[in-house]
Ligand binder design. Structure first.
Ligand code: IMP
Ligand code: MG
Length: 181
């Protein structure tokens, strides 16, 4: 596989290489830039997993944007989320009357994004939309609105491009499934 940055692990099965990811990011950024033409958006990055996706996405936008960060963690067993969402870092800019784009790398049960949408809607932004690179649609337990979706993926636990397994693999430039999963 090309674009794996030279890092190959035997316990991983590569799914999307760097080039494929970057093409999709450019495609999403193009759609977002067209939809918000003439407006400024707040790119709200859901840490930690979205750090890399949001950085790439923001750099591909052709509209004005500000960056904000929220640390959301859903606790559970290693490869499934429990649904209890904890926000441990609130965003530091006023979102009232602003256009907010929540950015996460992956949506699983939907609880994290549903929680964040509800939380930030209370602060009366002009609009809230959500962008995700990966959608594990078959795992959804909560109906959550997704405005920009990169890839729909089957129910496999994936790592890389910001996503971890016990904090490992976030720095991989590609996305892979755990072979055991
Ligand atoms: P949800 O609240 O169940 O939608 O889970 C969303 C969060 O769980 C994401 O922001 C990720 O941090 C994490 N997550 C879900 N699926 C995966 C995966 O396959 N690999 C790594 N992290 C995942
Ligand atoms: Mg995690």
């Amino acid at each position: 596989m090309n674009g794996t940055g030279g890092l190959v692990y035997e316990d991983l099965e590569p799914l999307y290489d760097e080039g494929v990811i970057q093409e999709k990011v450019a495609d999403l950024a193009g759609r977002i830039s067209r939809d918000y033409l003439g407006k400024e958006i707040i790119v709200l990055c859901v840490l930690k997993a979205a750090a890399i996706f949001a950085a790439d996405l923001a750099r591909s936008l052709t509209i004005h944007s500000r960056l904000a960060f929220v640390n959301a963690a859903s606790y559970g067993t290693a490869t499934t989320s429990s649904g209890d969402v904890a926000i441990s870092r609130a965003i530091d800019i006023d979102i009232m009357d602003k256009h907010v784009l929540i950015v996460d790398t992956i949506v699983d049960s939907g609880r994290t994004l549903a929680y964040l949408q509800k939380h930030y809607r209370k602060r009366r932004p002009a609009s809230i939309r959500t962008a995700v690179l990966l959608d594990k649609r078959t795992r959804r337990t909560i109906d959550v609105q997704l405005d920009y979706v990169g890839f729909e993926i089957p129910d496999r636990f994936v790592v890389g491009y910001g996503m971890d397994f016990a904090e490992k693999y976030r720095n991989l430039p590609y996305i892979a499934a755990l072979s055991a999963d």
